[in-house]
Design a protein around this ligand. Structure first.
Ligand SMILES: [Zn+2]
Length: 362
């Protein structure tokens, strides 16, 4: 947290402990959380509905949140699933994971956003909100007077990220995307506690680790993602990606649950002896990614749709026009690891067909 955020939070916390001392015989020293006016004392859990009011041109919505506040003090970890409503592994894993946890079993507190983007989920909308056609993951910190996507972003920034000490943003490949599981850790001069973020990332149990270096304020601010909202709020942040194209595969769900439990152990929220086995042992480290934008719309025929090493210049696929003629042969602009991309068929001018993780600083 930034000093200012920490101060505000501490004042809020102290005020409540003071009130608690007057009105209760109990004298808990652990923190009480306040989320949008709801108080969650230590040793309790609560399901709460974060209301997002109607805007000028689009309806009200809500965000389902579960808060589990442990009896003992510790890290406040926020996890956010379903920023993209068509990415199901994170939503399923969150539901399964939350059932196994209780205020008795953890130290610190968990703020679990079970499904951040309900309108996109209900409309099965890939990438964007069905009302304003904005991508929630490009809309932070949001605005209370903005369109629906911006109001959802504002609620998450204000009530979730601002109350957390550590943020995990959970994603998959979206509709018509393939993806190799990876964890991104935010580093560079503008990120906070990269060491802790990297420690969690490397113990998560996924094979691919990408460091995103935040060097300029423009990087943090331009089309700000939820991850970069974590960076802006001054908390260590990781991005977790597993699954593709609306997959509900139970093996992938379980890998994500294991990773989340590994995180609780690394953050001393669960005792070490409860540590699950890692999913993977071999780690591939990358620094940053590059995209492969194309300059024509049409029908995309990728050569491969799985994570793999690629070399600069190799053919990634072809784009055909709507009469079956090849109009572009797309080649890798750099060597690296093919992390995720479009599985086809559609591709639009300006879209990236693949994201390549880079082995060295670009
Ligand atoms: Zn996503």
């Amino acid at each position: 947290m930034t000093t200012n955020n920490w101060l505000t939070f501490s004042i809020k916390r102290l005020a409540f402990i003071f009130a608690w001392g007057i009105f209760s015989a109990s004298s808990f020293a652990a923190q009480t959380l306040e989320i949008a006016g709801t108080f969650i004392p230590p040793g309790t859990s609560k399901n709460l509905t974060l209301e997002v009011a109607a805007g000028e041109s689009d309806p009200a919505t809500f965000i389902p949140v579960t808060v589990i506040n442990g009896k003992n003090d510790g890290t406040v970890l926020a996890t956010v699933a379903g920023v993209h409503g068509y990415e199901y592994i994170s939503i399923l894993a969150t539901e399964k994971w939350a059932e196994t946890l209780s205020p008795e079993s953890i130290s610190g507190a968990l703020i679990i956003v079970r499904l951040a983007h309900i309108p996109a989920f209900e409309e099965r909308s890939v990438y964007v909100n069905p009302h304003d056609r904005k991508n929630l993951n490009r809309s932070f910190p949001g605005s209370i007077s903005g369109t629906q996507t911006e109001r959802i972003a504002h609620a998450i920034s204000t009530h979730i990220v601002a109350n957390a000490d550590f943020l995990i943003d959970l994603h998959s490949g979206d509709g018509a995307e393939w993806l190799a599981p990876f964890v991104g850790a935010y580093g560079g001069p503008l990120a906070s506690d990269y060491e802790q973020a990297m420690d969690v990332a490397t113990h998560f149990g996924f094979p691919n680790i990408v460091t995103y270096e935040m060097k300029t304020q423009q990087q943090v601010d331009t089309e700000r993602s939820l991850n970069r909202q974590g960076v802006a709020a001054g908390i260590p942040t990781i991005l977790v990606e597993i699954g593709e194209n609306a997959s509900k595969d139970e093996t992938l769900v379980n890998r994500l649950v294991t990773g989340l439990n590994n995180t609780l152990v690394r953050l001393s929220m669960l005792p070490k002896e409860t540590s699950p086995h890692s999913n993977e042992t071999q780690l591939n480290h990358f620094v940053g990614t590059t995209s492969v934008p194309v300059d024509v719309s049409g029908i995309w025929y990728p050569r491969h749709v799985t994570g793999r090493e690629i070399v600069e210049g190799e053919i990634l696929g072809e784009i055909k026009d709507y009469f079956g003629k090849i109009v572009r042969t797309v080649r890798a602009p750099a060597s690296g690891y093919a992390l995720y991309g479009l599985a086809g068929l559609p591709v639009k001018q300006g879209e990236s067909v693949m994201t390549i993780a880079l082995k060295d600083t670009p």
